[in-house]
Write a protein that binds this ligand. Structure first.
Ligand code: SPV
Ligand code: MG
Length: 299
């Protein structure tokens, strides 16, 4: 079954969908192997791997390359964070074409002004485009897609911009009417209260998606009770990778021998497994047998 169909079926099902954040193929494989439903290829984490700000600095092609590599190596659906859609409606249309043909299951676009800054940046620039301008982007996205299961997740930053619940509801309604397949409602508060007030007051029919980075004590059961259909753990993999590497490097640099840090690392075997090293060995054997049969190698 195509990955876009897998994701759509899951969204129509009863369980909450758990999405793990990834920033490259290795982290995406770990998300998949840990049993998550889908992979989030997020702008914050991918920008961080280039040591660049999450501020529309990397290009559409940079994000596409990462998502496309992940799609090629993973079986579960990939949801690509496409920021503001990299420009106006024509840029969104082009983005949809490229991500859809790369095998991505869904893209997420947000109603911030380009260039955007990360939603959780203190004193960040969080201005929004008008509702009409963002509706035009959703219309362009819908018009450009060819696979009916490919999804457009519309993300409103109304709460990030501190415009209040009424504005968030108004925009979410407009985005649903324009044909969005789901609404991502984002918050930078350290409790889920405004998210739950939003979900309580919203009467739409499409699923709600959240990213609980700043309210991490929220429990899965509370999200379910409050009609949240998808939860994205956007950046925890990036942050743990950063801290694990940083701690290890400090220790190695202060140590006489690397055996001091062996316990903290994966084994070589685990990495061979990830990179399918033994498939190459099997392939070599098959080729050798064929070469023997063909008389190139003596039996
Ligand atoms: C990302 O992971 O890139 C996101 C979520 O868009 S946030 O960093 O909270 O903006
Ligand atoms: Mg992002």
């Amino acid at each position: 079954m195509p990955k876009s169909e897998i994701l759509r079926k899951k969204l129509e099902g009863n369980s909450i969908i758990k999405v793990g954040g990834a920033f490259d193929v290795m982290s995406a494989k770990l998300v998949e192997n840990s049993g998550f439903d889908a992979i989030w290829s997020g702008s914050f984490a991918i920008s961080a791997t280039h040591a660049l700000p999450d501020a529309s600095i990397l290009t559409m092609t940079d994000f596409l390359n990462t998502s496309s590599n992940i799609v090629d190596s993973c079986k579960i659906p990939v949801i690509a964070d496409c920021d503001t859609g990299f420009g106006g409606p024509s840029n969104v249309a082009h983005t949809v074409k490229k991500f859809e043909s790369a095998g991505v299951a869904a893209i997420c676009i947000e109603d911030k002004i380009f260039p955007k800054q990360n939603s959780l940046l203190k004193n960040g620039k969080h201005s929004l485009v008008s509702e009409k301008e963002f509706v035009a982007k959703i219309l362009a996205a819908k018009d450009s897609k060819t696979n009916k299961n490919f999804m457009i997740i519309a993300r409103t930053e109304a709460l990030i911009a501190e415009l209040g619940i009424n504005e968030a509801i108004k925009r979410a309604n407009a985005y649903e009417s324009a044909g969005a397949d789901a609404i991502l409602i984002h918050s930078k508060k350290n409790t889920p209260d405004e998210i739950f007030e939003f979900s309580d007051r919203w009467n739409g029919n499409i699923p709600l998606v959240v990213v609980p980075t700043t309210y991490p004590t929220v429990e899965l059961s509370e999200l379910i009770q409050n009609h949240i259909k998808m939860v994205i753990f956007a950046n925890q993999t990036l942050r743990v990778a950063y801290s694990a590497m940083n701690n290890l490097l400090k220790e190695i640099n202060n140590s006489e021998r690397i055996s001091d840090v062996t316990q903290q690392m994966s084994s070589m075997e685990e990495i061979f497994d990830l990179q399918k090293m033994y498939e190459i060995k099997d392939q070599e054997k098959t080729i050798e047998e064929d070469l023997k049969k063909m008389g190139y190698i003596d039996e």
